[in-house]
Design a protein around this ligand. Structure first.
Ligand code: UN1
Length: 506
């Protein structure tokens, strides 16, 4: 597809979602597509002052939204889910244009949004607190969950819409307005999502205040303004550990709440009893899918020496044959890297790996599209040591493979990295599986058996430990982070017994 065509498709896709945003602002903020490495739009950016105003408006919205009953708030999210279903193909295409994903992966991301909406609708009737036994006669103790306040959402380029929706769908049913700062690399998908939500808001009617959901298109100054403003009760940020180190302390300094979903250095362990055919397919998607640009991408693989000579040739074959290309023009499984900087960090990691004695298969730049686009063959690197670039996350399709002989030793290395997001073991041995899932096993927020590290469903809590930031989003009881808890003790007796038997007679 030519550059001009891509601009037209972008404009038409936005319009189909209902957005009337001006995408050809003179000297505006340029939005590039990694498919071609050329600009597809130019937007008017928001700055610090806009952020302040948006937060004020969201705070006003909070005053009324918090008093709308939970199930009624859920109705808005139900309508949003309906509108998302109607716009699935358009939003998916927007994701492909801005993030370079295949249509299947782009639409898969929209499906994650639909799924979390369904989850949140059910949740809107289940924002339960406990009733707790009290030690005092004639008393009752319980807890109540109340809306928290304005939620600031910061998202990354690689998943331009699903993580917003994990946060927004829960926040909205929990009674909280949202202010979204998308990655400056993918603002169009955010504007398209907002337009789809606006359609739901229109159908919902008057109980929804203005400014329940806002998008701010801009750079790090917008993120900083969200993080620093005490009127933002919760900042939920997805992105690099570097970003988390800036946002986390700013929010902590004012005792705000934070959900951080940062980098990972996800690994798989292939045991002697593994179903090798299945393992191969799981590793291929985990390591090469989304061009290695998922926070859950498999980046390290520990293979038992007994099966190394079987799995390695099969993996090499899969890497050599995987199709790389423009996912809107071809049925390629691997699309482009986001930009030149991503390509540079990939090549420098590969250089470092080979200096340490690693054998690199693949990793070459492909002659696809204009020179401004960065398509690469995914790289498989046989490493003699668990060292150097293996210890850090490079946001590109590189899989470091290492041989192991003892599971305890492999587990030690598995856990000896900064990230703690996702992990997998491939085994049919009950003991190995249980050790991996036990307290001395994987230290990650996600630990899987016989599936890859990526592609989590929304029903579980999503996030991880250590440098991944410790936050949890999406399913399970992640909703609690979007509400505040009050413990209520009610005395219905005619006496005033003090707790712990304390006497204070006046
Ligand atoms: C991310 O890359 O930031 O588990 C999110 C997965 C997806 C979400 C990834 N459901 O791979």
């Amino acid at each position: 597809m030519g550059t001009r065509d891509l601009k037209t498709v972008t404009r038409e896709t936005l319009a189909a979602c209902g957005s009337r945003i001006d995408t050809s602002v003179a000297e505006g903020m340029e939005v590039m597509s990694p498919l071609t490495g050329t600009a597809v739009a130019s937007l008017a950016p928001n700055g610090e002052a806009d952020t302040r105003i948006a937060i004020e408006n969201a705070r006003t919205a909070f005053e009324s939204w918090r008093m709308v009953p939970g199930p009624r708030r859920g109705e808005l999210v139900r309508l949003f889910g309906e509108e998302l279903r109607a716009s699935k193909a358009d939003l998916g295409r927007m994701v492909s244009i801005e993030a370079g994903k295949s249509p299947s992966e782009g639409e898969g991301e929209v499906q994650e949004m639909i799924d979390i909406c369904d989850f949140a609708v059910g949740l809107s009737r289940q924002l339960y607190g406990l009733t707790i036994a009290t030690e005092r006669p004639g008393h009752r103790m319980m807890e109540t969950w109340h809306p928290l306040g304005v939620v600031g959402i910061i998202t990354a380029f690689n998943f331009p819409c699903a993580p917003w929706c994990w946060n927004a769908a829960l926040a909205l049913v929990c009674g909280d307005p949202v202010v979204w700062k998308p990655s400056e690399k993918t603002p169009l998908t955010a504007l398209a999502c907002q337009a789809v939500l606006d359609r739901a808001l229109k159908r919902f009617g008057d109980d929804a205040p203005a400014h329940l959901s806002q998008v701010l298109v801009g750079g790090p100054e917008v993120g900083a303004a969200l993080a620093e403003n005490p009127k933002v009760a919760l900042v939920s940020a997805t992105g690099s550990t570097r970003m988390g180190r800036i946002v986390g302390p700013k929010v902590a300094e004012r005792f705000g709440k934070c959900i951080l979903e940062l980098g990972g250095n996800n690994a798989g362990i292939v045991c002697p009893s593994a179903d090798l055919d299945m393992t191969l397919r799981a590793v291929a998607f985990g390591a090469m899918g989304t061009a290695g640009q998922r926070c859950t991408t498999m980046r390290r693989l520990f293979v038992h020496e007994d099966v190394y000579e079987q799995i390695l040739p099969a993996l090499r074959k899969a890497y050599a044959s995987v199709s790389v290309g423009d996912p809107l023009e071809t049925d390629a499984l691997v699309g482009p890297l986001i930009d030149a900087a991503a390509y540079e960090s990939m090549t420098s990691a590969l250089r470092e790996a080979s200096d340490l004695g690693g054998t690199v298969h693949g990793g070459e730049r492909q002659k696809v599209g204009p020179k401004t686009a960065y398509y690469v063959k995914p790289a498989l690197v046989e490493m003699p040591e668990h060292d150097g670039p293996v210890l850090r996350e490079t946001f590109a399709p590189i899989l470091y493979v290492m041989k192991y002989s003892d599971l305890e030793d492999a587990l030690e290395k598995h856990n000896a990295v900064g990230g703690g997001l996702s992990s997998s073991i491939f085994t049919t041995d009950l003991r190995e599986m249980e050790i991996f899932l036990s307290a001395k096993g994987s230290d990650c927020g996600i630990a899987n058996v016989n599936i890859g590290t990526s592609g989590a469903e929304i029903g579980g809590a999503f996030g991880g430990e250590k440098e991944t930031g410790g936050g949890r989003e999406s399913g399970s009881d992640a909703w609690r982070a979007y509400m505040r808890r009050a413990t209520n003790t009610i005395n219905y007796s005619r006496d005033l017994p003090l707790a712990q038997g304390v006497v204070f007679d006046i």
